[in-house]
Design a protein around this ligand. Sequence first.
Ligand code: NAD
Length: 309
Amino acid sequence: MKVLITEVIWDQGITTLQEEGIEVYYDKDLWAKRETLLEIVKDFDAIIVRNQTKVDQELLIECTKLKVIGRLGVGLDNIDVVKAKEKGIHVVMARHANATSVAEYVMAAILSAKRPIHEANEDVKNGYWDRRKHTGEELYQKTIGLIGLGEIAHRVAKRATAFGMEVIGYDPFITEYDHIVAETGVRIKSSLDEILVNSDFISIHVPLTPSTKDLISTQQLKSMKPSAFLINTSRGGIIDEKALCDSLMNHEIAGVFLDVLESEPVDPSNKLLDFKNAIFSPHIAGLTTESQIRISLLVAKEVGKLLKG
Ligand code: NAD
């Protein structure tokens, strides 16, 4: 059995496969060498990718032996799942393996919104000792509104509850009997607007689909409190970036944390970059050492299991 790995994997994943007696060919940059990839892929029983390798029709036609595609992470945008299914190829991914990392990122964002220690640090190092300027605010009894109440939102809700925050959420696909309600005390609202109007922080946790595209646009931003912060760790495209620019320009919201953008890597001409209260990160909310080890292990085990039947 031979497995081809075309993007970065943690060592634990490789070792797991080798311990199963599986031969591993690993080149973390192979996704960028399309010709070589197409030439060698036909010799492998499984391929493990992240989000860069295009596992499309052209590649799948070359694969006569392929039984499994492993995706290190979630989101199958780069894989032609329909064609894979047609050919009887299993597609496995690491669902929820980075949910805790994303939830902790959201807590870091909202904590830093109210206690920007890095800014105080800069002042102190520049010779200023201004205690009043750096008066913060507590998270205690503030309201966080969660849009989408799936796995990540569940973990955010648990952490926010531990901080004594009010947690409200909107998700038309879950009911008040769902385990997230029982475990976190999140109060479910029946409309998105109730979340927007009542929250001090709004965190987005829905997938990007035709119905969530531009879910947060001009009208929704206008509904938010001027003191509220918006956090998007979900997918670019769920917030209408043009509307967000206008909203920041008009001081309609206090700020935004964007881990994801409509176009990634960020376009240097993106107007959002000009706002001091728009805080960016390069799609790293789910990226921690622990989540990467968990993902590598999970996918390697699953691929190994399927190959060995
Ligand atoms: P999940 O599938 O567990 O939950 C998604 C929830 O959204 C579901 O409960 C669903 O009912 C709800 N939903 C769907 N459409 C909705 C709508 N129109 N309004 C309200 N709710 C709606 O997903 P998850 O694991 O919590 O992940 C959420 C998102 O986070 C995904 O889009 C994923 O791509 C993204 N993500 C980002 C990173 C990162 O590094 N930034 C890492 C992991 C996941």
